[in-house]
Design a binder for this molecule. Structure first.
Ligand code: MRU
Length: 348
């Protein structure tokens, strides 16, 4: 199976970020050249770039872009401007911890540097390392996770935790890709994922491009197929993992409850950069997005103007509904001790 093209990368010749505009898929495959931090912030808010690990890479490249485009000559002023740009980027999407993680990792590398040129070079190098490591993590997650799947199975997934949500390969879809690569017969049920249809538009596109058998259903059909015995496992990605909950695309919790009811294993695949050692469920901000995402499809409005609308982008699944979490260092089972997990694995 081919490794999909990178979702986003640094273009050295033009000192810009290039990325696949995910809002246009599957109809159009377009690469955007992003030359300013403001344009990057818009791309993140509009979900042109999305998915937790990809947001980590975008945040890292965003700091590199801020450093590359900053015109300050005094190093203190340079650092202050780059930090302000980083803070602005950090606030674009609050739930996926990888965004702040990627930003902070690059900021941490350039802060001790004392001249502009090395700071700029260091930022680009570190961001590229984050992108490379992410691909490595996805392949390791894939290998560990593939062992959990039966030789012949149908797996349900929600949203898009694929190559497009990462640097390449994917977390949940990385597990599926690795299992297929290892010779397993894996079929995928991809929930459409209202309101923005990442499952229908992106997961179904990625998998069918790879020749993996994928069937799209609406979100409300999942329980029906579980009850019919048509699903052997559920596997999803994550935007943040605290000791007590997994935050992922809205609808994930519903699948976890249904999976438990039907005795179906519920797996989460995520790199350690998605784990939050400092917070619990109630500390995490769930991003609430605009009403038009729910009320509108194309040019048609489906909800009366006077009706209220809610649009939380994520939900929290309590840890006791999760069978196992697949990380790049192996499979962990709840209850989690994130601090000791992170300190153990940092030495591996
Ligand atoms: O709003 P999105 O499309 O950024 O939400 C993405 C998800 O919820 C993914 O499942 C999650 O980021 C994991 S991606 C490997």
């Amino acid at each position: 199976m081919k490794d999909a093209p990178a979702t986003l990368w640094w273009d050295t010749a033009s000192s810009s970020i290039r990325y696949i505009d995910q809002t246009l898929l599957p109809g159009e495959f377009a690469i955007v050249e992003c030359t300013t931090v403001d344009r990057l912030a818009t791309a993140i808010r509009r979900l042109e770039i999305r998915g937790a690990p990809a947001l980590g890479v975008a945040g890292a490249y965003g700091v590199a872009l801020a450093a590359a485009t900053c015109t300050k000559i005094d190093f203190g002023e340079f650092l202050a401007e780059v930090s302000a740009a980083a803070n602005m980027l950090r606030s674009t999407r609050p739930t996926a911890i990888n965004l702040a993680w990627g930003i902070d990792r690059v900021l941490g590398k350039i802060s001790p540097v004392t001249d502009l040129r090395s700071a700029r070079e260091t930022a680009i190098r570190e961001a590229q390392a984050i992108a490379r490591e992410d691909t490595g993590c996805c392949h390791a997650i894939g290998r560990h996770g593939a062992a959990l799947l039966p030789d012949t199975c149908t797996v349900l997934t929600h949203c898009n935790a694929g190559a497009l949500a990462c640097s390449s390969w994917g977390t949940a879809l990385g597990v599926i890709r690795s299992a297929v690569q290892a010779g397993k017969d894996v079929k995928v049920i991809s929930c459409e994922t209202r309101p923005l249809l990442q499952g229908a538009r992106l997961t179904a596109w990625e998998l069918s491009e790879d020749g993996i058998d994928v069937t799209t259903i609406t979100d409300s059909m999942a329980a029906h197929f579980m009850r019919a015995g048509a699903i052997d496992a559920v596997i999803v990605g994550a935007d943040r993992i605290t000791e007590d909950a997994v935050f992922n695309k809205i609808g994930t919790y519903m699948h976890a409850v249904c999976a438990r009811h039907h005795g179906i294993p519920f797996y989460v695949a995520a790199p350690l950069s998605t784990f939050d050692r400092d917070k619990t469920e109630r500390d995490v901000i769930i991003e609430e997005r605009g009403r038009e995402e729910v009320t509108t499809m194309g040019n048609r409005v489906f909800v009366p103007e006077k009706a209220h609308v809610r649009n939380p982008a994520f939900d929290a699944t309590p840890m006791d509904l999760i069978t196992a979490i697949v990380t790049e260092h192996g499979v962990v089972k709840p209850p989690l001790d994130i601090r000791s997990l992170l300190s153990r694995t940092s030495t591996i």
